[in-house]
Design a binder for this molecule. Structure first.
Ligand code: GLV
Ligand code: MN
Ligand code: MN
Ligand code: MN
Length: 426
């Protein structure tokens, strides 16, 4: 006698657009800036309130809630086996972001798991929802701290050197809301998860780009996440009066930086690969006035690719160009790789489970890669992982008008529920 429902026979009746939307609106209200924008930096008062709300949702799904030393939140459903199929995302936002980047994957995982419980699914493996601490780099200028800690990518350098605008380190800011650690060592040791405890990881997220909507496709199945890196470069020169100093006597760091930004673009095109992307995103000069020659220019250049070696080649080209430009223009140069993380390749079994789930629901789907990074990029280094993307309106994200239709919300969460159920087994 077959005792249990097969995962794909579940009705998932509890997953409705109205319920999900009410939860997104409740979270979106916890923001430093008014709707439609959401501004919720990690460990802010609003983040503390959002954490409470998320833990309430987890308990309402009858899950056992636990938090780690970094504030990552886990909600567990014990199966016959200890190893867990995990699913989740982040709930912090950028300044003036939207209501779905991150929250879709947190609320969605809890709603998916609740639906499985309510319908009497009996998981073989354990199942966990997770909310990662600070995926966004908005406060500490470094992304995915929670998932980096869990997967062993976090280190002393990051914990000591990346500070918020008030000079607080992550550990100091975490301690203020109750996540205390006595040393970096303690934090690093306790945050790390045993890879054997994670049977698989799936993250649901909005696409943050226009492709799915444009092509009218319901579900994106993410095969890889680009390997991201960030370079910082500082050019400096002697400065001087913008009228008094003759052109022939200048060593203007802003002109050195200008040349470098163009070289960085050329370095990206030099690979001839569609997936090499380079952005000179931060540019600060001092002084920044019309009648003085700048003395310092600080650049931050984001370099990403689907191939780690190719990305590293681009970094090298940019650094070599910077040396040459600084020498020609008699500027001083300091430069560093602030971070360079590996590419994440999805696991075929997890991809297959997503595909079958979308097919069962009669949804159109398409394989794609993620250019934005996600906590899944780190989880993929220790466990079989893949991501599910939903379309978002006009492809907008990191934008107050970020939006997703009720239909796409429900499609995404149901696809996630079937995926988790298949991976956990009955
Ligand atoms: C953040 O989501 C990024 O990919 O930069
Ligand atoms: Mn984001
Ligand atoms: Mn996100
Ligand atoms: Mn992101």
């Amino acid at each position: 006698l077959a005792c249990c429902l097969s995962p794909l026979d579940l009705k998932l009746a509890g997953i409705t657009g109205e319920k999900l939307n009410a939860q997104f609106e409740a979270l979106a209200a916890l923001s430093d800036t008014p709707r439609p924008s959401v501004t919720r930096l990690v460990f802010s008062d609003w983040d503390v309130k959002a954490r409470r709300l998320i833990k309430d949702l987890m308990r309402d799904a009858q899950l056992k809630v636990r938090e780690d030393i970094m504030g990552n939140i886990f909600a567990r459903w014990e199966g016959a086996e200890k190893a867990a199929v995990m699913s989740g995302s982040h709930s912090d936002s950028i300044v003036l972001g939207g209501a779905y980047d991150g929250d879709l994957g947190v609320v969605g995982a809890i709603a998916a798991i609740k639906a499985l419980r309510v319908e009497g699914f009996k998981p073989q493996k354990s199942i966990e929802a997770v909310m990662f601490t600070t995926e966004e780099a908005s406060r500490f200028n470094v992304p995915c701290l929670g998932s980096q800690g869990m997967t062993g990518y976090l280190n002393d350098h990051t914990l000591d050197n990346f500070k918020d605008e008030n000079g607080s380190t992550f550990r100091e800011a975490a301690a203020r809301i109750g996540y205390r650690s006595s040393s970096n060592q303690e934090l690093l040791r306790k945050a790390k998860v045993d890879p054997a405890a994670v049977a698989a990881f799936v993250e649901l997220h909005i696409e943050q780009g226009p492709l799915l909507e444009k092509e009218g496709i319901d579900i994106g199945i993410v095969e890889a996440i680009l390997a991201p890196s960030l370079l910082t470069l500082d050019f400096s020169g002697s400065g001087g009066h913008g009228g008094g100093m003759p052109m022939s006597h200048r060593n203007d760091p802003c002109l050195a930086a200008s040349e470098l930004a163009l070289k960085a673009e050329q370095a990206a095109f030099s690979t001839k690969a569609f997936d090499t992307v380079v952005t000179t995103g931060i540019w600060k000069q001092e002084p920044n006035i019309f009648n003085a020659i700048p003395r310092n220019v600080h650049l931050e250049i984001d370099v990403r690719d689907t191939e780690g070696d190719r990305r590293d080649g681009v970094i090298q080209q940019i650094f070599e160009a910077a040396e040459e430009i600084a020498a020609n223009r008699k500027c001083n140069l300091t430069k560093e790789i602030r971070y360079a993380y590996p590419i994440a390749k999805s696991n075929p079994t997890v991809l297959g489970a997503i595909q079958q789930s979308a097919d069962k629901l009669g949804l159109s789907s398409k394989k794609l890669i993620s250019r934005p990074y996600h906590d899944a990029a780190f989880m993929a280094q220790i466990a079989p992982t893949a991501m599910i993307f939903t379309p978002c309106k006009r492809g907008l994200s990191h934008h107050p008008e970020e939006e997703i239709s009720l239909k796409h919300m429900v499609d995404g969460v149901k696809t996630l529920a079937y995926t988790i159920a298949q991976l956990a087994g009955s």
